[in-house]
Design a protein around this ligand. Structure first.
Ligand SMILES: *Cc1c(COP(=O)(O)O)cnc(C)c1O
Length: 264
């Protein structure tokens, strides 16, 4: 999922002449960092990413594999700690770094407006009634959501957030306590659902064992939210409900952490 905004942001940086002259710098909970590293390697753009030190082993190893510079930040400060470090670096060495800032860059929601939204519309043949997505930068829900609302005004946008500031749902933000992304527009969202890490984990295990689909933990959280929505009284809503759930990444990026599930 993050390859989309990363590509659009890289294009914006190239278009305004900042790249490849400077290094692309950003903060990420991991997936955007990997996308920058991969695309940057292919486009000969140097990449520096600030990532919380507790991001999964797999993500940190992928960054090294693609040759990106990795700056690990305090795990207790989560993605906000990574953002603060990136801001400090950008302010200290503005000629060395181009601070991409995925949490503020309009190219992030634009990528989803141009790709994810139209794909959902096409694949559901215009029948989608709900879009359920975890919010981190909020780019997915803002961009795809804006496209879908333009196509069909009554599409409902459902944001999924962790139910506490200390959670195991990598990629998601607890907006009430976190630094709110500039691209996040609360008024565009119809409903926010709070989900616990253990509930999400149940779905991750269930999907892997019963459906052969191994997804990341934030996908599990989005499925919890979709399940609650579908089990609800429908008198005030159009039938049938076609609920689209975003799965931003696969479970193999968390395999080292999933060992815990096997009691290891
Ligand atoms: C980025 C991300 C999200 C949230 O998507 P946004 O478009 O940033 O709101 C959810 N889950 C994972 C695993 C992510 O990497």
């Amino acid at each position: 999922m993050k390859d989309r905004p990363a590509r659009e942001i890289l294009r914006a940086g190239i278009a305004d002449g900042a790249l490849p002259a400077r290094r692309l710098l950003d903060a990420s909970s991991g997936n955007t960092a990997v996308a920058y590293a991969m695309l940057g390697a292919a486009a000969r753009i140097d990449v520096t990413v600030c990532v919380p030190a507790n991001a999964s082993r797999e993500r940190r190893d992928l960054l090294r594999m693609y040759g990106a510079e990795l700056i690990e930040t305090d795990p207790l400060e989560g993605s906000d700690g990574a953002i603060r470090r990136a801001r400090e670096l950008a302010a200290a060495e503005p000629h060395r770094y181009w601070y991409a800032d995925q949490y503020s860059h309009p190219a992030n929601p634009r990528a989803h407006y141009l790709t994810t939204g139209p794909e959902i519309w096409r694949d559901t043949k215009g029948a989608v009634t709900h879009l359920v997505a975890g919010v981190g930068t909020s780019g997915t829900l803002m961009g795809a959501g804006r496209f879908l609302k333009q196509m069909r005004r009554d599409v409902r946008l459902v944001a999924v957030e962790p139910d506490s500031p200390f959670h195991g749902l990598e990629g998601l933000k607890h907006m009430r306590t976190a630094m709110v992304p500039a691209i996040y527009d609360r008024s565009a969202i119809d409903e926010t659902v709070l989900v616990g890490t253990e509930e999400a984990e149940w779905w991750v295990t269930h999907l892997a064992r019963e459906h052969g689909l191994f997804v990341g933990w934030s996908t599990g959280a989005a499925l919890v939210a979709a399940g609650r929505l579908l089990s609800r009284d429908t008198r005030d809503q159009p039938e049938p409900r076609i609920v689209v759930v975003i799965a931003p990444d696969g479970g193999t990026r968390y395999l080292s952490e999933a060992r815990r599930l096997f009691g290891e």
